[in-house]
Design a protein around this ligand. Sequence first.
Ligand SMILES: CC(C)(COP(=O)(O)OP(=O)(O)OC[C@H]1O[C@@H](n2cnc3c(N)ncnc32)[C@H](O)[C@@H]1OP(=O)(O)O)[C@@H](O)C(=O)NCCC(=O)NCCS
Length: 166
Amino acid sequence: MPIRPLQASDNAAYTTLWINALTEHEKHFRVALEDDAHPQIPTQFSAESFTLGAFAGDNLVGTLSFVRETRFKTKHKALLMRMYVHPSAAGQGIGKALIQATISLARNLIGLRQLYLTVLASNQRAIRLYTSSGFSPFAQEPESVNIQGQYIDELQMVCFLSKCPP
Ligand SMILES: CC(C)(COP(=O)(O)OP(=O)(O)OC[C@H]1O[C@@H](n2cnc3c(N)ncnc32)[C@H](O)[C@@H]1OP(=O)(O)O)[C@@H](O)C(=O)NCCC(=O)NCCS
């Protein structure tokens, strides 16, 4: 399954995939379609801020975004966000491949030491994916997100590049 950084020309495909993600998997995301009805690729097109896409033929079926912190004292850290694999392509290793490709690009960045992400504590499938990719939980925010009146905890997870699997 080819994986490559998305370009501005991929925006329309990204918008379609993300509307599907937020509509069909609302309970797994801290962001909502109500926040942004026309979601665009959320990153810059650079080595320190990018979104990878996984393709089945010409179709974008998976994405993961990476943003390195820019502040002087925190630029040893980067955020992974907006992980999604369309159900038609799930369970084939694409989620894991997106994380591994992101870690591989992250290793090129001088001074970067750790990747962090958040995941809803109810999302056992994603937690398993992140754990098997080298992430460990370090905090849990109680009642972080309100989805249709249900308050859900959010896990914060980190992967130190020196300890992440190759
Ligand atoms: C979670 C998600 C990204 C996984 O993507 P995927 O491509 O299906 O995952 P993979 O096939 O790479 O599987 C990786 C790991 O996920 C877990 N996993 C995969 N399918 C699973 C299933 N049916 N049940 C439980 N865990 C499963 C496993 O730990 C697996 O590792 P293993 O094969 O070594 O056991 C995808 O299902 C998804 O987009 N879900 C909805 C949105 C979402 O939850 N996004 C994350 C927000 S933080």
